[in-house]
Ligand binder design. Structure first.
Ligand code: SF4
Length: 448
């Protein structure tokens, strides 16, 4: 049984030294009990107390890793139901399905799409993570051959899908070093699949029909020494699968119900035959609360929105993405090139730099540190005003790079033009467009 906040408090040093970031040991104990803090934040607990608190201090939803190296996918570890309470921790992985009854061209096409569909956005690479390899033939050697093919042609994580321990063992023989997710342990094959998971130190999915059966199954797996578990409630109707996700998350967080304290796997690919509907269902599980989301295929027009949605949901709302302050050269500018200034909110930077690129007019873009705020918000907060922009322009060295000394400020900061002319003597301040999309037309009229 997890400990209460008061029980945990009794075991803490009670010095209220604040080093954990909380004002008192009691406040820290309450957070620990709620799964919203980690015991390692207090440097003064003894090893003996650490051992006693390990149960209470463990995240209510276990972190499970699928795969190895740079492409390893970490799921679980969530501590809240809603993103406004605290950020979500580990984004779900997207998996593409291949099966041993598909012809070679189909498998190759899917593996190619898995590799090729990746996108750059706000300085990050967005891509899917997993290939789910399914045995539909029941033939162990055919399955092993397909797993080898997947392993050779993709560097992503692998999910091995079969009910048969023999087929799973054949797949594991081909790719155990990639630490695949074994899918799935059921009531019927529990013992042999648990043995495979332990032998190869791989995570295992538990599949049952309904949450009660599922919690009994995970309890048995845990007893058998398997701790890295992913949950499949078995529901394949959208409504029931959605309900299951919510119940699993709330049981783990609110009730500290350990048998459901694991990340989940969901199968939009088995809920509809319509690819667009499948993408919509997948988008629901990105928000509520899929750990691995298995799709029948990847197409750019449906995968890209899912990747962007995932990025948005799993970005910390309290910490805007920010770009480093400095001078950014776009398209080999020279001493006659335009100089524009903007804020360091990443989305602003990528929109403005993208529009400058579109204009084909080589330019200098000055990015002022506004603590990740957009131009208007930073202006309203006093972080993108003449007193702040002028020292940055002087200090950054742009004056040595151009001979014209004209500075284009965003239209939304037009009110600062007078102040900047006073602060930046020798500079002419030009008010640029309000909208990024108007930048190309503006720059095409540029005269140094
Ligand atoms: Fe108490 Fe430890 Fe936090 Fe200090 S760091 S206030 S001793 S819980």
């Amino acid at each position: 049984m997890p400990l209460t906040g008061i029980e945990i408090f009794k075991l803490l040093p009670k010095t209220n030294c604040k080093e954990c970031g909380d004002p008192t040991c009691l406040a820290f104990a309450m957070k620990l009990a709620a799964g919203k803090a980690e015991l390692t934040l207090c440097p003064y607990v003894s090893d003996e107390v650490k051992a006693r608190l390990s149960e209470a201090a463990a995240p209510p939803i276990r972190v499970v890793t699928i795969g190895v190296g740079d492409r390893a996918l970490k799921i679980g570890g969530e501590t809240v139901m809603f993103r406004h309470e605290k950020r979500f921790e580990n984004p779900p992985g997207f998996a593409i399905l291949v099966s041993d009854t598909m012809d070679e061209a189909e498998v190759d096409g899917r593996l190619q799409r898995f590799k090729q569909l990746e996108y750059e956005r706000v300085g990050l690479t967005l891509r899917p993570e997993l290939v789910a390899v399914k045995s539909e033939s029941g033939d162990a050697s055919k399955f092993a051959a397909l797993v080898s093919r997947v392993q050779q042609n993709s560097d992503g994580g692998i999910i091995l899908m079969s009910d048969s321990p023999d087929v799973l063992a054949a797949g594991l023989k081909a790719c155990a070093d990639r630490k695949p997710l074994i899918y799935a342990a059921t009531e019927d094959n529990l013992g042999p699949v648990a043995d495979l998971a332990k032998e190869h130190s791989c995570p295992v999915a538990a599949k049952a029909s309904g949450l009660e059966e599922l919690s009994q199954l995970t309890a048995k797996l845990t007893e058998a020494g398997v701790n890295d578990i992913v949950l499949d409630s078995g529901s394949r109707s959208v409504r029931q699968a959605f309900d299951d996700q919510v119940i699993i998350r709330s049981s783990a967080l609110a009730k500290k119900f350990r048998p459901l304290g694991f990340p989940t796997i969901v199968f939009p690919c088995e809920m509809t035959d319509d690819p667009m509907k499948e993408a919509v269902i997948a988008s629901m599980f990105v928000a509520k609360y899929g750990g691995v989301i298995v799709l029948s295929d990847f197409q750019g027009h449906s995968l890209f929105p899912l990747l962007v949605e995932r990025l948005n949901i799993y970005t910390d709302p309290q910490r805007p993405l920010a770009t480093t302050e400095g001078i950014y050269e776009i398209g080999s500018p020279d001493e006659s090139s335009p100089v524009l200034v903007t804020s360091n909110f990443s989305l602003t930077y990528f929109i403005v730099s993208g529009e400058i690129e579109n204009s084909k007019v080589p330019s200098y873009l000055l990015v002022k540190d506004t603590e990740g705020l957009s131009v208007m918000t930073a202006w309203a907060a006093g972080k993108f005003v003449a007193d702040a922009i002028a020292p940055f322009v002087k200090k950054c060295g742009i004056g040595d790079k151009v001979k014209h000394h004209k500075l284009v400020i965003p239209g939304y900061a037009a009110a600062e033009s007078g102040g900047l002319e006073e602060e930046l003597s020798g500079w002419e301040i030009l008010v640029g467009p309000r909208e990024g999309s108007h930048i190309p037309a503006y720059l095409k009229r540029w005269k140094p």
